[in-house]
Design a protein around this ligand. Structure first.
Ligand SMILES: CC(C)(COP(=O)(O)OP(=O)(O)OC[C@H]1O[C@@H](n2cnc3c(N)ncnc32)[C@H](O)[C@@H]1OP(=O)(O)O)[C@@H](O)C(=O)NCCC(=O)NCCS
Length: 173
């Protein structure tokens, strides 16, 4: 039986927990596949206290923690308007980050975060949700297909100083 998952917005005074889970999830996801130097460079640039705090305060982004038994199990970052990381679809809603810690994967925490993202997009009257995923991240791609996302385009994502091909997956809602 799946555990009870609860989701709520991340507060600015939870910045330390956000930094910790951001780094942990990124390492868990990419260390087995990518040069550690690139992973570390990405983390040093993207997950600074200043950057994450400013993202938490941005009015065109929202971040959520998922909890299992009062433990932080995963997190979600969604963007719209000028906060989107690409502007292929200016009127769309982006899922920029959806990550579940390894020990909580397969327990429907990711599903709960995905449902949160889609329901928020609907409440805010968006009709299109998109995300970027590394071309070789098969596990995440299967998860997105399961939720009805389809590959529609591609873009370049900088993993540290190395360019990688990301697929842009889209779901109309
Ligand atoms: C991808 C990720 C968010 C999925 O979260 P999760 O909590 O492990 O997934 P869930 O338990 O909610 O799975 C939901 C459903 O998706 C399907 N699914 C999940 N992983 C799957 C996989 N690897 N292959 C096929 N289907 C899968 C399952 O069918 C499952 O439903 P079911 O158990 O009712 O059949 C999570 O594994 C993760 O954080 N991965 C590493 C980080 C990452 O790659 N993030 C995306 C960066 S773009």
């Amino acid at each position: 039986m799946s555990p009870k998952v609860s989701i709520r917005p991340i507060q600015t005074d939870e910045i330390d927990q956000l930094i910790k889970i951001s780094k942990q999830c990124f390492h868990q996801t990419f260390d087995p596949w990518r040069a550690l130097e690139d992973v570390n460079t990405y983390i040093q640039r993207a997950y600074t206290r200043e950057k994450l705090l400013s993202e938490l305060k941005t009015t065109t982004s929202k971040m959520f923690f998922a909890f299992v038994d009062n433990q932080i199990a995963g997190y979600l970052k969604v963007n719209w308007g000028s906060s989107q990381t690409e502007n292929n679809w200016p009127e769309a809603f982006e899922i920029q980050r959806i990550y579940v810690l390894k020990q909580f994967q397969g327990l429907h925490v990711g599903s709960a975060l995905m449902h949160k993202a889609i329901s928020m997009a609907k409440e805010e009257h968006f009709h299109r949700v998109w995300l970027g995923v590394w071309e070789h991240n098969d596990k995440a791609q299967k998860f997105y297909h399961y939720f009805g996302f389809k590959i529609e385009d591609e873009h370049t994502f900088m993993m540290g100083d190395t360019a990688q091909r990301d697929l842009m997956m889209v779901k109309d809602i």
